[in-house]
Design a binder for this molecule. Sequence first.
Ligand code: NI
Length: 172
Amino acid sequence: MKRPILIHPDPRLKKVCDPVSDVSDELRALADDMLETMYDAPGIGLAAPQVGVMSRLLVMDCMKEEHETPRPMVLINPEIVASSDEKNVYEEGCLSIPEQFAEVTRPKVVDVRWIDLDGTEQQETFDGLWATCVQHEIDHLNGKLFIDYLGPMKRQMITRRMQKLKREKARA
Ligand code: NI
């Protein structure tokens, strides 16, 4: 089932999320809903607070080209355990900040540890777009948005656009 995505500014997008204590059926259902919501948007990543659930859970799939085999991933309590000194710049966007894009510099390679839907610990090295995506989504779990990396002018401009968008949506 698709869930509505919160649009910035929203206080729930600014909060640090709580660790998941056990992988319940409810959590599995949430992960399914989040993947469906993400693919439908379409997007390559979605964090639980973006659907109003304040838990450390994210979904992603960066196989966005048509010829690539989908790789839906669910990361519970993800943690970056190592980051490369080498940086990468990507033009980022966010489903909570629709149609706004800006270049963000982040470590090019990160090692991430998480719990999967079977409750098993996993660790993997992510590079390129996957690395950017997982860092962007983990930021969400800490109440941080990609626009927080931008200068105050650009950030305020985007925030004002989103306020206007929300007013228009509320009226529609
Ligand atoms: Ni985002």
